[in-house]
Design a binder for this molecule. Sequence first.
Ligand code: HEM
Length: 484
Amino acid sequence: MINWVVGCWVLIGVVVGWCWLKEKKKLEKKSGVPRGSLGWPFIGETLDFIACGYTSRPVSFMDKRKSLYGKVFKTHILGTPIIISTDPDVNKVILHNHGNTFIPAYPKSITELFGKNSILQINGNLHKRVHALIGGFLRSPQHKARITKVIENTVKLSLSTWKDMHQVYVQDETKKITFEVLVKSLMSVGPGEDLNFLKREFEEFIKGLICLPIKLPGTRLYKSLKAKERMLKMVEKMVEERKVALKNTDEKGPIIDALDVLLRESSTGDSSETQRLPSDFISGNIVEMMIPGEETMPTAMTLAVKFLSDCPVALEKLMEENMELKNRKTDSCDDYGWTDYMSLRFTQNVISETLRMANIINGVWRKALKDVEIRGYSIPQGWCVLASFISVHMDEDNYENPHQFDPWRWEKIGAAVNNNCFTPFGGGQRLCPGLELSRLELSVFLHHLVTSYRWVAQQDDIVHFPTVKMKRKLPIRVTSISST
Ligand code: HEM
């Protein structure tokens, strides 16, 4: 009996190994694929990739292979053979995607949650049109002026509750702020029942972002998709109400949110039905845009607090700069405008340094639609490519002492616009449309935090897999500055 069982296992092993070798040969037959190892059958090098994600140096996975094979190499992670680029110039070409060679490629559970019409998945002219509309609105001075007030009020209200807390879990508290601001920008829902409903359902929805792609009742993905359906129902109702309101006002009023932008665009042009963005496209995108907007912001705020807690000199300098603005504003009795926050040079440097080290989006996944050669590396049609941002941000060739939090380095580098070596917001055609909103929100948060409180942070560590988070949600104890 034992012999029979062992025999079966050996046979299975041989078949699996043979299939794997065949697949491996097929992948390697494509000429000029960058060097690298595809690792073990099926799991490839995933275990090492995940293990590195749980250490304080997740970039060590890339570093090890970079030293063996060069800046662009192949591997096999998370179920996919993939070419990883740690070269800023190669990344730039991938991101700019001239000739529409690359399309986004996400794991199956993510594509299910996004929906096929999501800005994160559509391509070509439709993508360009929607990206320009959303980016144009979020960057507009009108939106910035309006949203600055919203951010200020939300931040102040939220911070005012911290003084009564025995312990503040920064990761949880910042989520409350960012969700409210995001929902306001997207669809003007303020505090109340609707916001609470969206928050509850979004939390359920987002749990499915990284899960098994099985859509049966009871599975994680199924529950997440159900939560999305409930949110969609609410947004669809809003779309219909807004349509009627817009007709009644002859579309004369100011544009107030992303929903408004998409709706009005849908009725411009030659106003024929074919020119319009369909209602379900609009409501789907409003819900789906909550994903990149919401998962990133609280992490950025939390990590800023973490890095500052570990670097008292930077915190001191940040306080000085912000206190100076606060005193000036108190003396003149002036309101803050968005330019006040954005003109704080050191604060902006702290934000850039936080984004560089946090690597909240550690890279982007693409798939090649045709054979392409970039700076001598061949990427065959059908291969996935990971443009790794973390490798570039943590490379000694690009940043001196890359693992050290050093906001002063940005005084030399200059304005922290996106360049090839600094791409926390991606680049090219899909450059994050929320870039300026994010920097504004971080500035407002840091300003009111450091001018209201001093704090002591408890020991906590950053985890980088599956997403960037604090292991213990970053517990801190705060003391009001007025009472010190
Ligand atoms: C610190 C905060 C943020 C970071 C680090 C970040 C990062 C990124 C990155 C790297 C991409 C490019 C993805 C790709 O190329 O496939 C992206 C895209 C995007 N982000 Fe952000 N983001 C942040 C905040 C926001 C906010 C607040 C919003 C919301 C309004 C937002 C909305 C979007 C959208 C809609 C896209 C898709 C753009 C497209 O594919 O055309 N992001 N973000």
